[in-house]
Design a protein around this ligand. Structure first.
Ligand code: ADP
Ligand code: MG
Ligand code: MG
Length: 200
């Protein structure tokens, strides 16, 4: 899943930056790509023996290398997911729900964004909700991932009508209405990409 995310972040760099150009400073794609290309460079050296160690190493690199708001937010999210994944060797729907839940909590703790503030949180919270429901319904991982990706995409699309309350986009306030939040769109696109990749 992380390998697919790395590919996608690098593939979508220009698209992500263009989204940020409309509501922020246009560096979102480049900021993410900086950290994720480092992941690709260091890939062979990353610890793969357990998920916690792997995600922690990813989080540290992302936190150090990604620029702007994205470094601390995405780095912290990966490190929070790492704690939740400690000693796990496989990932079920319930585990994935927990990992993503801890990731969002970390983002909210760092960035203080609530639902509706027009940030990546608006894509992540619906994805977590969908995973929790699907874990309770004992759906297979593939189906749960599909639903989580759709929920994230829907959440990201809904940011179009919101006024930005956090991050650099908040300086533009009302003028951000009509444009989706770049971070939320990235979350939707990455989850969708992870799902499509697993399906094949
Ligand atoms: P910067 O504003 O420093 O240039 P980036 O362009 O790397 O940051 O990232 C912008 C994205 O980060 C936004 O689209 C938003 O989703 C997310 N973001 C920014 N600030 C916050 C925050 N306080 N809480 C949650 N997410 C945030
Ligand atoms: Mg930016
Ligand atoms: Mg910036």
């Amino acid at each position: 899943m992380v390998a697919r995310m790395v590919e996608l972040v690098l593939e979508k760099e220009a698209e992500f930056s263009a989204l940020d150009a409309a509501v922020g400073d246009g560096d979102f794609g480049a900021s993410l790509a900086k950290g994720f290309s480092k992941l690709r460079e260091e890939w062979e050296e990353l610890p793969k023996e357990d998920m916690g160690a792997f995600l922690k190493a990813c989080g540290l690199l992302i936190g150090e290398e990604c620029g702007g708001a994205s470094g601390p937010l995405w780095g912290g999210a990966f490190r929070a997911a790492a704690k939740a994944a400690k000693d796990k060797e496989a990932l079920g729907v319930e585990d994935l729900a927990l990992l993503l839940d801890q990731a969002v909590l970390s983002i909210q703790k760092t960035g203080k964004a609530e639902a509706g503030d027009k940030t990546m949180v608006d894509a992540l919270l619906p994805a977590v909700k969908s995973l929790v429901q699907d874990a309770q319904a004992h759906l297979p991982l593939e189906e749960a991932l599909k639903n989580a990706a759709a929920a994230a995409m829907e959440g990201a699309e809904a940011t179009r009508d919101m006024v930005a309350k956090r991050g650099r986009a908040s300086y533009l306030g009302e003028r951000t209405v009509g444009h989706p939040d770049p971070g939320a769109m990235a979350v939707g696109i990455l989850l969708q990409g992870v799902y499509e990749h697993r399906k094949t």
